[in-house]
Design a binder for this molecule. Structure first.
Ligand SMILES: [Fe+2]
Ligand SMILES: [Fe+2]
Length: 193
């Protein structure tokens, strides 16, 4: 996958039916009540919900701070634990998908390979952003302690959290659109989850 395609995370359209080949048979409306939506899938969807919510909160908070609408001290007290949680949990989540789940899903249905190639590239794009965000958070914290600039890292934080949150929404939806229909088709036990 080229860098240009990986960057497509921020601009691409949702997966079409040529990539999400099982989605038409298992549209989102049938997921919640489907008997094959097991514990693993429910837990995994809950994690996605948490990332959506936390990403949106962080984006909104960082934009408000960059626009001078909140004080530095309470903002940093609020930001620190939430940003660490978001970055650490997201990194771990990608790692588990890359190492454990994606190989199982790829092996189960070769037609989904193209989608997993794109999702794998998304993980690289998002992991690069995770590292940038950790560095930006540190630079802001240093700046507020009088050891450097504040305006630049606060603008960078808002811009990078906006990119991360928006890119993550695209990634999570596309990922769910190929993974959940596969689980409903085969069942968790059938896939060996
Ligand atoms: Fe993922
Ligand atoms: Fe995921």
């Amino acid at each position: 996958m080229s860098a240009a395609e990986a960057d497509g995370l921020f601009t691409r359209a949702p997966f079409g039916d040529d990539i999400a080949v099982l989605r038409a048979r298992f549209p989102r409306e049938v997921w919640p009540a489907h008997r094959n939506l097991g514990q693993t899938a429910r837990f995994w969807l809950d994690r996605h919900g948490m990332f959506r919510e936390l990403g949106d909160m962080l984006k909104t908070g960082a934009v408000e701070f960059a626009e001078g609408r909140v004080e530095a001290k309470p903002f940093m007290g609020w930001l620190g634990p939430r940003l660490s949680l978001f970055l650490n949990e997201l990194h771990t989540h990608h790692h588990v998908e890359d190492e454990h789940y994606f190989p199982v899903f790829r092996a189960a249905d070769a037609r989904l390979g193209r989608g997993f190639d794109i999702l794998d590239a998304d993980h690289h794009t998002l992991d690069a952003l995770i590292h940038e965000l950790a560095a930006t958070g540190n630079a802001l914290s240093e700046g507020l302690r009088g050891h450097g600039d504040v305006a630049r890292p606060s603008a960078d934080l808002a811009e990078r959290l906006t990119r991360a949150s928006n890119g993550l929404l695209r990634h999570l939806e596309d990922e769910e659109d190929i993974v959940v229909p596969l689980i409903l088709d085969r069942s968790e036990g059938g896939l060996g989850l």
